[in-house]
Design a protein around this ligand. Structure first.
Ligand code: UD1
Ligand code: CA
Length: 457
């Protein structure tokens, strides 16, 4: 059901002790704000109004980039959550009967939970998302009597008896748009904090006979707020644990679910094994039977079936073919495309290069802007010199070429099929197919040469 969505994000986030506005801190690779905007977007067409204040320029820029079309209402100064919603009033779409209110610092709210709340409101009732906590300290309490919900009382304003209540307001509600507008404009700040409390609209609804209903949050995790680095880290671990469990449910074998970080989306085939301390960022796809060794960082990559990525490998923007072996200590940079059964060994860097089936660079090498044919063997310590200080050039290596150790291939240059390049060569001209090309000083031995001796004093 389409609705207005108001996201409150004007607060300072003092306890983060950071120059960065709180809602721009990241959880699982995305800002808190992006998580909330994504939940709002999943609800379907509607209008989203973001309340900004502290760090408004940066927050608005981030929101526009993540969700074009977001409207902004600035709240200066910040006089409370009711005052925040007052700023959104002129921007609400009156044709949308329901307005959903989300908190910018409650990032893991599930779209299904928010949708259920919007449904419960139905443009007629005031629907509150609540949860019962073992320790409700600091939260607004849900005060009920025989007729149902009567009010929300903020912790600081609560009587000792009310402080015993463990059902709390999560900060998320759905209200009839027209009533919400009238109610927030009528709020007073006659409370302990001298703030305009949005939560006071509950008593207003009760007084007018508007039904107040509650829906409960699916889990504590989806309504936990982030106020401090400790809470941010706690929520990150809960989120990562949930992702690890989902992967394991799907059959992925994780050496330790507590030592996995997915900051984006990780898609796995069957019989995938992931060792400890791996970080996956962006969109990563691991095909059937892939094995990832310990301490790998893999971002925006596709790893083919049966490929093995050994420990301490860094992969970004690359494709790895089936049954390839990569690492340990390898680096695949953007545009590295490895075919089937390619071997990339320790301290080998590959950038913007294609390696055809069975090509190998096993030790200490650099391949940049190169096309490497099938079964090529690229020797230890050899590099493509692809950059002349101004422009980049390509190196083309035909099938079955054997490049010895410590060669420099000065691009642009082409090595014909089956060519052999002698170790230590600096190749500045094309090398013909099938021949041995050597480009280094000839070895000489001087008979009768004597080593210098220390002169006696
Ligand atoms: C609020 C609720 C409380 C609830 C709790 C859940 C009120 C009065 N109280 O309390 O019942 O249990 O959330 O976490 O609403 N904000 C603004 N402008 C302001 C003040 C706040 O935009 O002037 C934003 C903050 O950036 C934050 C959100 O509103 O995203 C909540 O504000 P916060 O001060 O954390 O509310 P609580 O006191 O925790
Ligand atoms: Ca507060």
């Amino acid at each position: 059901m389409a609705s207005n969505v108001v996201i409150m994000a004007a607060g300072k986030g003092t306890r983060m002790k950071s120059a960065l506005p709180k809602v721009l801190h990241e959880l699982a690779g995305r800002s808190l704000l992006q998580h909330v905007l994504a939940a709002g977007a999943q609800l379907g067409a509607g209008r989203t109004v973001l309340i900004t204040g502290h760090g408004a320029d940066a927050v608005e820029a981030a929101a526009s980039a993540a969700s074009p079309g977001t409207l902004f209402a600035r709240q200066m100064p910040q006089l409370g959550t009711g005052h925040a919603v007052q700023q959104a009033v002129p921007l609400l779409d009156d044709t949308l009967a329901t307005t959903l209110i989300l908190n910018g610092d409650v990032p893991l709210i599930q779209a299904a939970t928010a949708a259920a709340l919007v449904h419960a409101c139905g443009g007629e009732k005031l629907a509150l998302l609540t949860i019962t906590l073992p320790d409700a300290t600091g939260y607004g309490r849900i005060v009920r009597d025989a007729q149902g919900v009567r009010a929300i009382v903020e912790h600081k304003d609560a009587t000792p008896a009310q402080r015993e209540i463990r059902e709390i307001y999560t900060g998320i509600m759905a209200a009839p748009t027209a009533l919400l507008k009238r109610w927030v404009m009528a709020l007073k700040d006659d409370n302990v904090q001298r703030e305009f409390y949005l939560t006071d609209i509950v008593a207003m609804a009760v007084a007018e006979g508007v039904p107040v209903v509650t829906a409960s949050a699916g889990s504590e995790t989806e309504v936990l707020g982030v106020n401090s680095p400790v809470q941010l880290a706690d929520l990150e671990r809960r989120y990562q644990r949930a992702q690890a469990e989902a992967l394991m449910e799907a059959g992925v074998r994780l050496a330790d679910p507590a030592r996995l970080d997915v900051r984006g989306r990780l898609t796995c085939g069957s019989d995938v094994e992931i060792d400890v301390n791996c970080v996956f960022e962006g969109e990563v796809v691991l095909a059937d039977g892939v094995q990832i060794g310990a301490n790998c960082v893999i971002r925006d990559a596709r790893i083919g079936a049966g490929a093995v990525v050994h420990p301490f490998t860094h992969i970004e923007g690359a494709t790895v073919g089936a049954s390839a072996l990569v690492g340990p200590f390898a680096r695949l940079r953007p545009g590295a495309e490895l075919g089937e059964e390619v071997h990339i060994g320790n301290f080998v860097e590959v950038k913007n290069s294609t390696l055809a089936k069975g090509a190998k660079a096993n030790h200490l090498a650099y391949l940049g802007d190169a096309s490497v044919g099938e079964r090529v063997n690229f020797g230890a310590g050899s590099i493509t010199a692809n950059y002349d200080g101004a422009n980049k050039h390509r190196t083309v290596i035909g099938a079955d070429v054997h490049v010895g150790s410590n060669c420099v291939l000065v691009a642009p240059v082409t090595l014909g099929e089956g060519a052999t390049i002698g170790g230590g060569s600096t190749i500045v001209k094309d090398a013909p197919a099938g021949q041995l090309t050597v480009a280094r000083a000839k070895q000489v031995s001087l008979a009768g040469w004597a080593r210098p001796r220390k002169t006696p004093r």
